[in-house]
Design a protein around this ligand. Structure first.
Ligand code: AMP
Ligand code: ZN
Length: 474
């Protein structure tokens, strides 16, 4: 591991060298989707960039264990524990049970991830699988004096902490504005930043899923699930925790509060946050009604991998504004790039190990620079222009694709076979066209004519046009 990853850490607000707790191993956690609706392409921007992070770590040689929850209970329509449970809202909308909704949208989420070449985390755990663990942790917090019962619910007492706002330096008022969309101030709270660990008697009497607990029948709050599920699978120390920037407050702030209060020591060292995908009206969100999904992109004829490329073209720490115009540019870039790579003559020459290593090091270096994915693409383009064997280029493209996951070496052949064109034949024809061009340049017109005749024998007709040489089957 020669190149060392440097990554922006929300906790320290700077780009830092990434040093995991255990050498060579990374314990990674990602906040999973709330499965009451389809994921929109904004949510999926976060998952694409987190996938890039995981694959970069693996590319660097780390043994990564990545865990993700599925939020199927407890996430209310305002992140500040007010409003209706999102799952219940989804179930009512579709006249189904909460569990039916959860299953349907969990499957839909992983189908989208499949289309975007996002790897499934090593462990995926729905919140409803872990109720005993949540209860156990809440009991621990009660015993340590960090939680209290009020109005039938159990709350975390943020006033017991030395510092609550560890992840952000904004003022309390500013932060609370963001989560106040449909706030009814909860009068049971002792401090306004306290949050619910367990709901029992509350205004959500019609909650479909309820469990017995020492405090009465009820259901868990949203934040407790991520602390518990990560500890269940990764233990008491975690290296890196991911999510979109909207998770910084209150969700991740509350996760840190309860986890460190419970454990009595620092819990997670690096916090990785992906900035939002916005549309012209602002942040894309599920609750705003109309939103863009992968299925919709597919219906409109877009290959989902084009959206992945679109995301990779910008840095994860910059907001990204979505437009179909920009996506169309990514379509052209994807087609050109995969065609260029698909037309490489794999068996032309041997792989040149020194060149291979040098380009690999360049690629790794830009990724290690706080995941500079647009520069990683530039390295790929530059590599394709380098004077070296096609075999080397093909091997490098395949290697880079372990991280980029754009199917760089296969997308073109796949497309051509779908369109009924033989990619091998096309690669051969393009090679002969290049040869003919070189012959003409050298004023060897006899050779140029010979190539044209040879192609004709194979049923290929060349046409010299103003835009260059075109070919078709005779
Ligand atoms: P949710 O399903 O609402 O719990 O969100 C799933 C993930 O998507 C979380 O990590 C959010 O932070 C993230 N997210 C939500 N909206 C956006 C957006 N517009 N752009 C990027 N990520 C988002
Ligand atoms: Zn979470």
């Amino acid at each position: 591991m020669e190149n060392k990853l440097r990554i922006y850490n929300t906790l320290t607000r700077k780009v830092e060298q990434f040093i995991p707790n255990e050498e060579g191993k990374v314990a990674m956690y990602t906040c999973g989707p709330t499965v009451y609706h389809f994921a929109h392409i904004g949510n999926l921007r976060s998952y694409i960039m987190e996938d890039l992070l995981e694959k970069t770590l693996r590319y660097m040689g780390y043994d990564v264990k990545r865990v993700m929850n599925i939020t199927d209970v407890g996430h209310l329509s305002s992140d500040a524990d007010t409003g209706e449970d999102k799952m219940l809202k989804g179930a009512k909308r579709e006249h189904k049970t909460v569990m039916e909704i959860a299953k349907f949208y969990t499957d839909a989420f992983f189908a989208d991830c499949g289309d975007l070449n996002i790897k499934t985390p090593d462990v995926v755990e729905p919140a409803t699988n872990c109720i005993p663990e949540f209860i156990h942790m809440i009991e621990g917090l009660m015993e340590k004096g960090f939680a209290y019962e009020s109005g039938g619910n159990i709350y975390f007492d943020t006033s017991k902490l030395k510092e609550y706002y560890v992840l952000s330096n904004h003022s309390e008022e500013e932060l609370l504005v963001g989560v106040r969309e449909d706030v009814d101030e909860d009068e049971n709270k002792r401090n306004k930043t306290d949050f619910v660990l367990w709901f029992t008697k509350s205004k959500f009497e019609d909650q479909e899923l309820k469990w017995e607990s020492p405090w009465g029948t009820g259901y868990p709050g949203w934040h407790i699930e991520c602390s518990c599920i990560s500890m269940k699978h990764l233990g008491e120390y975690m290296d890196i925790h991911c999510g979109g920037v909207d998770n910084i407050f209150p969700h991740h702030t509350n996760e840190i509060a309860q986890s460190e209060a419970y454990l009595g020591h620092k819990w997670c060292n690096y916090w990785f946050h992906v900035h939002h995908l916005n549309d012209k009206a602002g942040k894309m969100s599920k609750s705003k009604g109309e939103f863009l999904t992968v299925s919709l992109l597919k219906e409109k004829g877009y290959d989902p991998r084009v959206y992945r490329l679109y995301c990779l073209q910008s840095h994860y720490r910059k907001p990204l504004e979505f437009s179909f115009e920009a996506l169309d540019n990514a379509v052209a870039a994807f087609d050109k790039l995969t065609k260029r790579i698909g037309s490489l003559r794999k068996d032309e020459g041997a792989v040149e190990p020194e060149k291979f290593d040098a380009w690999k090091a360049r690629f790794q270096a830009v990724l290690c620079d706080d995941l500079n994915s647009s520069m990683a693409l530039t390295v790929l383009y530059d590599m394709l222009k380098e004077d070296m064997s096609d075999a080397t280029k093909d091997a490098l493209a395949e290697d880079f694709d372990r991280v980029l996951s754009l199917d760089l070496t296969t997308a073109y052949a796949q497309k051509e076979s779908e369109n009924g064109v033989d990619a091998e034949l096309e690669a051969y024809v393009l090679e002969r066209i290049e040869e003919r061009k070189a012959a003409k340049k050298a004023r060897d017109f006899a050779r140029a004519d010979e190539i044209r005749a040879q192609l004709l024998e194979k049923g290929i007709v060349l046409e010299d046009t103003r835009e260059g040489v075109k070919w078709k089957k005779a």
